[in-house]
Design a protein around this ligand. Structure first.
Ligand code: ME8
Length: 521
């Protein structure tokens, strides 16, 4: 069986996870489920990045030790992933011994090899922000973040020799043009960072101690990104007693990240791996950000939206449908309460829900719920819809394979719309009135086929809706699989339900927009 190893970023437990974090994870789960449908042995890793000064400070502010804080946050994260039915195979936390022990070993080894060397870090330090800046980053000689005075400071630090590997990485980029997706991000990394030349990277800190200590020099802790990135291999047992998962799954097929952290994944991570003599991941896809009408989500603006209340009120499938559809490939998307309610009412309730209801209603009315077998006489309109859905399936698979999930969903809804149009074109009520029963049978057959296909195509991200459609139509198990998508004439002796259940009840727009606005914090 072909394997597929994919990862999400490991998130900082600095606050409650909002719909942005949920988006990356839902996207990862969708890709995993799709790969499984296509016969891959898929392995999904997620987790938490628990070290660093930021976490130490948040814990202090909450009157907790860092460990108490991250333990609680890990529980909450797992609760959210369970609510969202995320089928991860492992959840790695960077404070776990299986991780920290290996980070120590990696740091040691890189030091021994001479890739990490000791030197002095010099820069402009902003005390309140606890951050170093270079001369050019300063604004009017002051801190670019808070505008306060900065001081020139020197600190003893360990550095990673990035320069040594830069040419190899450039070559790798040339030889693997699809390594970084989308292409625009790759070009950015290449032109803005690789071409001008990489600076050596400071990989240790002495200003705080919540991290993995450098074994041979414990007043230093390992830089949080060197610590964090290695999770992708420590979780597989790299340098541990049992590294069978590493054997099986490395290199990763896909690292899924947001555009904010592509620099770390596209530059530093490959170089760390080269230094460790390990193969590089096959692809890194950086998606865009979920934005709000007034820009980024932030607590100070009071515009943060969390997944839980949305899922509770509108269901998991609706939530996933919205975020996955709204985020075009590599682009930012916008969350608005109006957009959310509109997509629900139009796409889910009107287009998909009504299609199922109308179809079941007609089959019951005209044929007592029975679909017997593939019709003998096929009209041109029937042929057209068959052809349309064949082409759709092909395109949707291609979109899934290249992680254009929003396009895959949009194309599926084209099929939904086309099927609705087919009802208008064939006007089954007239066929019935004119007693053209063979033609009417064929229309019903084609409607069920379309719905069966749609139900299979949405399975990776709308499991429950998919199941409800297949159940109401009474589709046999063997015709519920991805492999059966291309079969078009196998449905036989089916009796659809005589008690159709509404998939998505219509929402009252104004009330719901208000409801969602009240969910924002
Ligand atoms: O960066 N829209 O963790 P983090 C879409 N610990 N995605 C969003 C988003 C938004 N508005 N906000 C956040 C870290 N994300 C490091 C990662 S990996 C070795 C270490 C998602 O908690 C997106 O995937 O800040 C982004 O890259 C990630 O959360 C950042 O999570």
């Amino acid at each position: 069986m072909q394997k597929f190893y994919l990862t999400t970023p490991i998130y900082y437990p600095s606050g409650k996870f909002h719909i942005g974090t949920a988006y990356t994870t839902a996207l990862a789960n969708t890709i995993k489920k799709y790969k499984q449908e296509r016969g891959f042995e898929a392995y999904l890793l997620t987790g938490m990045d628990e070290h660093g000064q930021k976490i130490q400070k948040v814990a202090e502010a909450n009157g907790k030790t860092p460990q108490e804080h991250v333990d609680k946050m890990a529980e909450e994260a797992k609760k959210l992933w369970s609510l969202m039915e995320i089928e991860y195979d492992d959840f790695i936390r960077t404070t776990e011994e299986r991780h920290t022990k290996v980070v120590e070993k990696i740091f040691d080894r890189l030091m021994e090899q001479g890739d990490i060397y000791k030197s002095e870090y010099e820069g402009w330090y902003c005390m309140p922000c606890e951050t170093y800046f270079t001369e050019t980053q300063l604004i009017d000689g002051k801190c670019p973040d808070c505008g306060r005075e900065v001081k020139k400071m020197k600190e003893e630090s360990y550095f990673f020799n990035m320069k040594k590997y830069a040419d190899r990485l450039i070559k790798f980029y040339y030889e693997n043009p699809n390594f970084i997706l989308p292409e625009s991000r790759k070009n950015e990394l290449f032109n803005n960072f690789l071409k001008p030349g990489l600076e050596d990277l400071c990989v240790s800190r002495t200003s705080f101690d919540w991290g993995v200590k450098v074994k041979k020099d414990p007043k230093h802790v390992v830089y949080v990104w060197l610590d964090a990135l290695t999770n992708y291999i420590t979780a597989l047992g790299y340098l541990s007693e049992n590294d069978s998962l590493m054997e099986k799954y490395w290199p990763a097929d896909l690292h899924l990240v947001g555009k904010d952290i592509i620099r770390f994944h596209g530059l530093y991570w490959p170089i760390f791996l080269m230094a460790l003599d390990l193969p590089l991941p096959k692809q890194i896809y950086a998606h865009g950000f979920i934005m709000m009408k007034d820009g980024k989500m932030s607590k100070s603006k009071g515009n943060v939206i969390y997944p839980e209340p949305l899922i509770e009120r509108y269901g998991l499938d609706t939530f996933k449908y919205f975020i996955l559809r709204e985020m075009s490939y590599g682009q930012d998307g916008t969350f608005t309460p109006e957009g959310f309610v509109e997509r629900y009412n139009f796409d889910l309730c009107n287009d998909l829900g009504n299609l199922l209801n109308r179809t079941i209603g007609m089959i019951n009315k005209y044929f007592n719920g029975d679909i017997t077998s593939y019709p003998n006489i096929i009209s041109d309109l029937d042929k057209e819809i068959e052809k349309f859905s064949d082409v759709s399936i092909h395109e949707i698979e291609e979109y899934f394979d290249t992680y254009h999930i929003s396009n895959a969903i949009a194309e599926t809804w084209n099929l939904v719309s086309r099927t609705n149009k087919y009802i208008d074109e064939t006007a089954p009520w007239i066929l019935f009135k004119e007693e053209k029963y063979e033609a009417l049978k064929s229309v019903m057959y084609h409607l069920v086929e379309s719905l069966r296909r749609i139900a299979i195509l949405i399975k990776p991200y709308m499991k429950h809706t998919s199941k409800k459609i297949l159940q109401q139509l009474n589709i046999p198990e063997e015709l519920q699989t991805w492999n059966s998508l291309t079969d078009y004439n196998k449905l036989k002796n089916i009796k659809v339900t005589d008690k159709p259940e509404v998939l998505f009840a219509r929402l009252e727009t104004e009330t719901e927009v208000e409801e969602i606005k009240n969910m924002m914090k």
